[in-house]
Design a binder for this molecule. Structure first.
Ligand code: UDX
Length: 413
């Protein structure tokens, strides 16, 4: 089959790679010229393991262009353009509209962009020549290709039975559960999943603050809770709060949909509030004294990516710098506008506090001696991930929700 993919950001490029790997012919459309040129040269414009290999290994079946007209002969068009948040939390559909108004001939269109519940139905009315299905993506950055090739499930939302069946046939080859439903249900499943995961993180972060006060260890609590299959251990890592291009944006969007329907969603609202509170809580562990220098170890919103969109490091840096603290950051890949060091050693040199912000492998494995260059050897482990937490040597160690007295607890015996 032949697929046209419109918009080659994370979602579009991951979809393109997945389809090419599955043996389909793909035409990728990207309007941003520098990005397009990089892709034409086989260069992936962001850090994502495995994608450059797919572009190289399947270059015979992949074409890049800046013109939607070149997708004329495709069997399906996949729309993966950005849907940024507007000020009020609603989705900006400018790029979706721009792309659809350029599709001249009648097409079967798969919406991969994250769109608010009701959008696909609205687009079907606005562009009646086409047939629509919404197939939301659930990929996580850093493992996008694996998530596209072997997702936990595929959700297909379409009112057109024929298109649902065709797509179920194509995705059926992945051997994963498939949900065929209405467009609005499919759109909801995407938002509900992200909101649930974000809420799970806020829940454990709430308890982490309590554990700090009560003298308990949140990681042991999460391990114990996670053994119950109804709860599960994943997304119960307490720390600095969630960030990234999806969770914060999707939570805002859900609240916006609710308010348009004259509803409040108190759980979602509380989870967002808890996320803000968590970053403020970690910031409050640093007592601003004059001439205080804080080194951030890790800047990206999570390890394995160079993505700084809604990164908690930015919020934390703002909270500290307004209190007169000097901040310097180090990250293996990500960049920011605050001062940045080229190496961990340079970031830590003369610092009073180090904060482990992003749990990169190389950072969680730093031995206690790595902190020798600091003015005061104090580490706040904002991800509860440092490998030497139980044997910190001369480093003053503090996690989040780990004000534990481990010697006396049964789990350490
Ligand atoms: C997320 C969803 O997981 C994915 O399904 C969706 O398609 C897009 O949004 P992603 O943004 O790549 O994916 O990041 P994810 O790995 O989910 O992490 C999101 C944030 O939550 C990160 O800031 C991470 O550090 C934080 N997090 C995650 C925690 O604080 N604790 C956890 O236990 C898990």
């Amino acid at each position: 089959m032949k697929f046209g993919i419109i918009g080659l950001g994370y979602v579009g490029l991951a979809t393109l790679c997945g389809l090419a790997k599955a043996g389909h012919e793909v035409i990728g459309v990207e309007k941003d010229q520098p990005r397009l040129l990089r892709l034409m040269n086989g260069d992936v414009p962001f850090h994502e393991p495995g994608m450059a290999d797919v572009l190289r290994d399947h270059h015979g079946s992949i074409t890049f262009t800046d013109s939607i007209a070149d997708t004329e002969t495709a069997d399906y068009l996949v729309l993966a353009v950005g849907t940024p948040s507007k000020q009020d939390g609603s989705c900006d559909l400018t790029f979706v509209d721009a792309a659809l108004s350029e599709v001249n001939s009648k097409h079967k269109i798969i919406i991969r962009s994250t769109v608010l519940p009701g959008t696909t139905d609205m687009l079907s009315v606005m562009y009646p020549a086409h047939t629509f299905a919404v197939v939301p993506e659930f990929l996580q950055e850093g493992r996008a290709l694996a998530d596209v090739l072997k997702p936990h499930r595929v959700v297909i939302g379409s009112d057109n039975l024929e298109m649902c069946e065709e797509l179920a046939g194509i995705y059926g080859r992945l051997g994963v559960p498939i949900v065929c439903t209405s467009p609005i249900d499919a759109e909801f499943i995407k938002y509900a999943s992200n909101a649930f995961l974000a809420t799970k993180i806020s829940f454990i972060n709430d308890l982490a603050r309590l554990a700090d006060k009560a003298g308990a260890d949140i990681t042991t609590i999460a391990d114990g809770m996670g053994l119950d299959p109804r709860i599960g251990r994943s997304f119960l890592n307490a720390g600095l709060g969630y960030g990234g291009s999806c969770f914060p944006k999707d939570m805002h969007a859900l609240l916006n949909v609710a308010s348009e329907n004259e509803l409040d969603l108190p759980v979602i609202r509380a989870a967002m509030h808890a996320n803000d509170a968590q970053m403020a809580y970690v910031a409050s562990k640093v007592e601003p004294t004059s001439d205080l220098k804080v080194a951030f170890l890790g800047l990206a919103f999570k390890p394995g990516t160079d993505d700084m969109r809604d990164a908690p490091s930015l919020t934390l840096a703002q909270l500290l710098t307004v209190r007169g603290v000097d901040v310097i950051g180090y990250d293996p890949l990500a960049k920011w506008d605050f001062p940045q060091a080229e190496t961990v050693e340079a970031a830590l040199e003369g610092a009073d506090v180090a904060i482990l912000v992003t749990e990169w492998d190389e950072l969680v494995a730093l031995p206690p001696e790595a902190f020798d260059g600091m003015r005061t050897k104090r580490l706040i482990d904002a991800r509860n991930a440092w490998k030497y937490a139980r044997d910190p040597g001369t480093v003053q160690y503090e996690g989040v929700g780990r004000m534990q007295n481990k010697e006396n607890t049964p789990s350490s015996m």
